[in-house]
Design a protein around this ligand. Structure first.
Ligand code: ZN
Length: 228
């Protein structure tokens, strides 16, 4: 098995995980007509869901892709502690309109620390720590998410060059390390709320997320990546 360099200079035994895709089925939703396909990460057993619009992207445009990390509190309960639920809705609306795929990545709760730990981190945040410090207090990584299965799923779906719907430049780096080329970052910023402003500010300041949070020039975050 060949080894490859990751973007941060480390070596990975393999840049992707083997995956297995199931049948493609119709998935009519409140956001539009989609097709869905379940994918199993054969390395971890995690089951992910690809939700795609049957619409073809506009001529000359790479398909829009959102890698959405599971967030039970945000996605299912509409929690305002984060912006996941609103980002999920925004992404599905945009993909229904423009064509593309949302890959719903399960087992990535709380940036990969799990649901129970995420709620523990919330308790620490209520005691005054920010989202990064709270994970550090728990002795957990700030971002433990793995995109090796995601990259392989995209490759098997023939999504080799994509427009990535994300504010997180690190996702682009990790996909590049796994051989998926992000030709454009498309911002997904949804309006901040009183309840999640500190969380979003921390993502912007400490995790380099491309968020404006009411600053001027929101258009500046829709940049074309200069890649060769
Ligand atoms: Zn969330």
């Amino acid at each position: 098995m060949s080894t490859s360099k990751t973007h941060d200079g480390g070596t990975a035994a393999h840049a992707v995980h083997p995956v297995s895709g199931g049948p493609i089925v119709q998935l009519p939703t409140a956001f539009g007509e989609f097709v869905a396909q379940a994918w199993t990460d054969l390395e971890t057993g995690a089951e992910h869901l690809a939700v795609s619009s049957p619409k073809a992207p506009a001529a000359g445009k790479a398909p829009l892709v959102r890698l959405h990390s599971e967030c039970l509190t945000g996605d299912v309960f509409g929690s305002y502690r984060c912006d996941c639920g609103e980002q999920l809705a925004y992404a599905l609306e945009l993909i229904a309109e423009e064509g593309g795929t949302l890959l719903y990545l399960r087992g990535q709760e709380g940036r990969g620390i799990g649901l129970a730990n995420k709620i523990k981190a919330y308790a620490l945040q209520e005691a005054g720590f920010d989202t990064v410090e709270a994970n550090e207090q728990l002795g957990l990584p700030v971002d433990a998410r793995c995109y090796k299965a995601a990259a392989q799923i995209l490759a098997e779906m023939d999504l080799h060059e994509i427009r990535l719907l994300s504010n997180n430049p690190d996702k682009q780096n990790r996909l590049a390390a796994a051989g998926v080329k992000v030709v454009e970052m498309v911002p997904t910023e949804v309006p901040s709320r009183e309840e999640n402003l500190r969380y979003l500010q921390t993502k912007k300041d400490r995790m380099d997320h491309l968020l404006t949070l009411g600053d001027t020039e929101p258009a500046s975050i829709a940049f074309e990546l200069d890649q060769d």
